[in-house]
Design a binder for this molecule. Structure first.
Ligand SMILES: Cc1cc2nc3c(=O)[nH]c(=O)nc-3n(C[C@H](O)[C@H](O)[C@H](O)COP(=O)(O)OP(=O)(O)OC[C@H]3O[C@@H](n4cnc5c(N)ncnc54)[C@H](O)[C@@H]3O)c2cc1C
Length: 423
């Protein structure tokens, strides 16, 4: 068994059936090969087609870090205070630098609202930043921890030269490919009908259940690109059984549907991208937005991989079960085919790909003695004392999958490291 039954965060299959569920697996039976059924893609063998696993309880109720890690029995702990709506501007150094380990950063500066005064709290042991892939490097840069030359250029006094802060931003580019279908049993009418939507929204808020508990799609599939592509451009995945590509299906339009029509969405994602972006700042105002360059599709591997994902998608839709159900393609995608030349596919990909909301890597972990990276394997910020980062910014590479579960895994491991250091 690879799944625990005792964790505090529930993981289960979708909490709400979709009309197309049987057709999706009929196509898997009809096609076989790379579309083979995979009972548990979180078993260590992710390739193939399986039921999506989500943070949903076996009763079909949403679970989350808010309802698990911050459940009443934890939030009521006497040694835990949670400040709502506080925004951290920076961490502040001790007055002097120790000769062996540089500055200690054990003071946090924050505002309770953006017009309010800046307040400070001091940690007796250590400060842990968990502000995410954008927030954590932003706070470090505001604090003078980053590339010293870049900080000087912005007008921030550099305190610790750590050039990797904000670099290595890695996200998975995705496309949502829309098809018009011969059915009215999609989610589109729900999102067009304010009264109905209000009813299911109220149900979700009251019970955590109902149609909104699901993500819109109940299946997920993972594939590798062709050997010829990895032979030519290298293999950015973590191993020969790790996917480069994901395809997901939604029983309706992705986002707000157009006023008419019923849709099927097939999303194609490059889950092992080779491109890298960055996060920088151009202001001494700690609450000014950082500059984010996601760097999507800057590596030739990623665009070639997305072409292969589109061709795999058309191969999947060639299964007989889709005859008569899928009527036509929609929007930017209307004229794309499996045999479209590379330049036509590239134009579509470049115009239409976007974030899948899985960015990582801006405060990346590296070996203790590496001269790059932001945190060491204990997640302590290098070249300083008293400061750790624990969130998805520490991933050195993006996992060949979605990022929520790996973030929980890192947080659990980090909690053990922190306990080991102080208890
Ligand atoms: C729309 C969306 C959908 C997603 N869907 C999925 C999915 O289906 N499956 C999946 O696996 N992953 C999904 N993800 C990705 C997943 O949510 C992230 O990988 C995960 O939340 C990362 O956790 P984190 O702790 O690093 O950062 P976050 O969850 O972003 O937490 C960082 C927290 O820090 C706070 N913060 C930031 N800056 C400051 C500051 N200066 N002061 C105080 N607080 C600050 C933020 O408000 C936030 O609460 C999705 C992400 C998005 C945005």
């Amino acid at each position: 068994m690879v799944h625990s039954l005792t964790g505090i965060n529930a993981v289960s299959l979708s909490g709400f059936p979709q009309n197309i569920d049987p057709m999706i697996f009929k196509a898997v039976d009809e096609l076989g090969g790379i579309f083979h059924f995979n009972e548990d893609y979180n078993s260590g063998n992710p390739l193939g087609f399986g039921w999506l696993q989500s943070t949903i309880t076996t009763e079909g109720r949403r679970s989350s870090s808010a309802t698990s890690y911050l459940a009443p029995k934890y939030i009521e702990r006497k040694n835990l205070d949670v400040l709502l709506n506080a925004r951290v501007s920076k961490v502040l150094p001790s007055a002097s630098k120790s000769s062996s380990s540089g500055y200690a950063f054990r003071t946090v500066e924050f505002a309770q609202d953006l017009d309010g005064p800046l307040l400070r709290v001091n940690a007796s042991k250590e400060v842990i930043l968990s502000a995410g892939v954008i927030g954590s490097p932003h706070i470090l840069l505001n604090s003078g921890i980053g590339d010293s030359n870049e900080l000087l250029g912005v007008g921030i006094k550099p305190l610790v030269n750590l050039p990797s802060v904000g670099k290595n931003l890695t996200d998975q580019p995705g496309l949502v490919n829309e098809f018009l279908v011969n059915s009215n049993k999609t989610t589109d009418d729900l999102f067009r009908n304010a009264t109905l939507l209000n009813e299911v929204y109220t149900e979700f808020n009251r019970t955590g259940m109902g149609p909104l508990v699901a993500t819109g799609g109940n299946q997920i599939s993972f594939f590798r690109v062709s050997d010829s592509l990895t032979d030519m451009l290298g293999d950015p995945s973590s191993g020969e059984n790790s996917p480069h590509l994901e395809m997901f299906l939604e029983n309706g339009f992705f986002g707000m549907p157009p006023p008419t029509g019923h849709y099927l969405t097939l999303g194609t994602v490059v889950v092992s991208p080779a491109s890298r972006g960055s996060l920088t700042i151009n202001s001494t105002d700690p609450f000014a937005n950082p500059l984010i360059d996601p760097g999507y599709l800057t590596s030739p591997f990623d665009i070639a991989a997305m072409r292969e994902a589109i061709r795999i998608m058309f191969q999947y839709l060639s299964a007989p079960v889709w005859d008569g159900y899928v009527l036509s393609q929609f929007g930017d995608f209307a004229n794309i085919t499996a045999t479209s030349p590379d330049d036509v596919l590239d134009e579509y990909i470049r115009n239409s790909a976007g974030s899948t909301a899985h960015p990582v890597g801006t405060a990346a972990m590296s070996a203790k003695d590496a001269d790059y990276g932001v945190v060491d394997p204990d997640l302590r910020v290098k070249r300083v004392e008293g400061l750790r980062v624990i969130d998805s910014s520490v991933f050195p590479f993006v996992t060949s999958a979605h990022t929520q579960a790996p973030t929980y895994a890192i947080a659990e491991r980090a909690a053990a490291l922190v306990k080991a250091a102080w208890l």
